[in-house]
Design a protein around this ligand. Structure first.
Ligand code: ADP
Ligand code: CDP
Length: 206
């Protein structure tokens, strides 16, 4: 069984996916971390992020591994754990350019589709492009201000700067971020994390 949790930036996807996965006793997979890892590796190599051929050649030369732990995904390149470097503002600013490249999307999708079921998958297009056959689909939203206030607890920038960056990233991600027609949309603005996890669990097929 596959459960998909998509949504806009900082809507709570990974926290909710982790909670749901733990309740079900299955792994969750963060597709966004793979886009972030591609971006970080491209930036570190000094590549132009819009050059798909260069970036793909660089990615294919690295043995990148997504570790789908229920308590939090990690990304490794050989013995190096990239995870702590994937949520910097530098990666935030570049990731939508990388995610717009069809070749990179195919690289991410191939890794996700190779994973053994069951799992919870979170991102933008899990319920539409990658796993349209999923047993249950959810789409998380919240106002930009609410999302920025939540993320401000994890970042050094102030709320208005974070809000502006989130709105811009939502705009750049519009193409792949449409909710699946059969997704249950949850506005997380007035809900606690536990409340959202409970709503998802209550919406699963028996
Ligand atoms: P995403 O994966 O969509 O970027 P995260 O799971 O990283 O979102 O959530 C962003 C932040 O918001 C985290 O600090 C998380 O703990 C917090 N958060 C998520 N959902 C809620 C909620 N319903 N109520 C309060 N805080 C939340
Ligand atoms: O956690 P947050 O919502 O801030 O971002 P993320 O889920 O880690 O995704 C980072 C970026 O990856 C997004 O802004 C998109 O550009 C891209 N992404 C995507 O295009 N498709 C996905 N399924 C997941 C992420």
């Amino acid at each position: 069984m596959i459960v998909t949790i998509d949504g806009v930036a900082a809507s709570g996807k990974s926290s909710v996916a982790s909670g749901v996965a733990r309740a079900l006793g299955v792994p969750y997979v963060s597709s966004g971390l793979l886009y972030r890892a591609a971006t970080l590796l491209g930036l570190e190599a000094g590549l132009r992020l819009e050059n798909a051929a260069e970036l793909l050649a660089h990615l294919r030369a690295q043995p990148l591994r997504l570790e789908a732990l229920a308590e939090g995904n990690r990304v490794w390149v050989e013995e190096r754990d990239l995870t702590a470097d994937l949520h910097s503002s530098r990666v935030d600013r570049g990731v939508s350019v990388v995610a717009a490249l069809p070749e990179v999307r195919a690289w991410v999708d191939g890794q996700l589709r190779a994973l053994p079921e069951p799992f919870v998958a979170e991102g933008r297009d899990m319920g539409t492009a990658v796993f349209p056959q999923a047993a249950a689909k959810f789409y998380l939203t919240a106002s930009p201000r609410v999302r920025a206030e939540r993320r401000a607890r994890e970042r050094p920038e102030d709320v208005p700067a974070i809000e502006a960056a989130l709105v811009e990233r939502d705009r750049l991600d519009t193409v792949q971020s449409a909710p699946a027609p059969d997704a249950r949309v949850i506005d997380t603005g007035n809900l606690t994390l536990e409340g959202v996890i409970g709503a998802v669990l209550a919406g699963l097929p028996a």
